[in-house]
Write a protein that binds this ligand. Structure first.
Ligand code: PAF
Length: 284
């Protein structure tokens, strides 16, 4: 595996790797890799001849009071994990390489960015869309893979790629990969490591409460009723607050009052102490 910090060197290697028609898959990450990321890497290998992974803790997607400085950084450990997975190329730019002096552009994807995490974290999805657009142009992958755990992020990236014609000729496909869960159901996340042991035990209430709400809605309950149950279970199980809990159309992310014919998704963000956990589930 070759690691690059500089764009000119990355571009030379990408050209060499894809010379002769080899396919390249990209797995964008912010590092602090866990089994969820490695699942994306393994899935990527099924779609391409070479897998590239980016590790970049993107400052523009963190709000002023968020955990940018505290976000875990462990490049050597991550690098060893990726090497063991047979990754060809690691793109680990510095902040200065990604956002050189005078950088002044931003991509805003209206609609799907607005609610849920977009409402709680102003500017977050502009930062995500901008950096992912840059990563696509830098790595020129044929396919890019993202975890379904960040369902709204996946919807934003798909909308951006469609609107800005990024799907051809460079990134031909954007693949969502199902969430990888711990044995007790908690979705894997780099932020789980912030939880104290009692908080970690309480966090298992999140997937359980979501399954309960899903079952209620599938038996005909309106979304409001199921969300009230979900909030109550979380708040009596050790969660401090619920940022949002909604049933939404899986594609447009329009909030739904009850299940209909179209694919729907239950989306939740809730906090234990200072840690904010998000999760989502297909319903119906
Ligand atoms: O999901 C993430 O890790 C990040 O939001 C991403 C897609 C790598 C952009 O910084």
């Amino acid at each position: 595996m070759q690691t690059f910090e500089r764009l000119d060197m990355l571009r030379t290697e990408v050209a060499a790797l894809t010379d002769g028609g080899a396919r390249l898959a990209l797995v964008p990450t912010m590092g602090a890799l866990h089994e969820g990321h490695l699942t994306l890497v393994r899935e990527a290998a099924k779609h391409a001849d070479h897998v590239a992974v980016s590790i970049f803790v993107n400052p523009t997607q963190f709000g002023p009071n968020e955990d940018l400085d505290a976000y875990p950084r462990q490049l050597a450990e991550d690098s060893a994990m990726l090497e063991a997975e047979g990754v060809s190329l690691l793109w680990a730019p510095t902040v200065g390489e990604m956002y050189p002096m005078g950088f002044a552009s931003s991509i805003a994807v209206e609609g799907v960015s607005a609610g849920f995490c977009g409402a709680n974290r102003p500017g977050h999805f502009d930062g995500v869309a901008t950096v992912v657009c840059k990563l696509f142009h830098q790595v020129l992958p044929h396919v890019a893979l993202f975890g379904e755990k960040d369902w709204q992020q996946l919807a934003v990236i798909r909308a951006m790629a469609r609107d800005l014609d990024l799907t051809r000729p460079h990134v031909t496909d954007i693949i969502g990969v199902p969430t990888v869960r711990e044995p007790d159901g908690l979705a894997m996340s780099s932020r789980n490591r912030y939880l104290t042991p009692p908080q970690r035990a309480a966090a298992a209430a999140l997937p359980n409460a979501m399954q309960l709400a899903k079952a209620e809605m599938e038996m005909g309950a309106p979304a409001d009723t199921a969300m009230a149950t979900l909030r109550e279970v979380l708040l009596t199980s050790g969660f401090d607050s619920v940022d949002y809990a909604n049933l939404a159309d899986a594609g447009s992310l329009q909030v739904l009052e009850k299940l209909g014919e179209e694919p729907a998704r239950l989306l939740v963000a809730a906090r234990i102490g200072s840690t904010r956990l998000i999760d989502n589930l297909a319903v119906g």
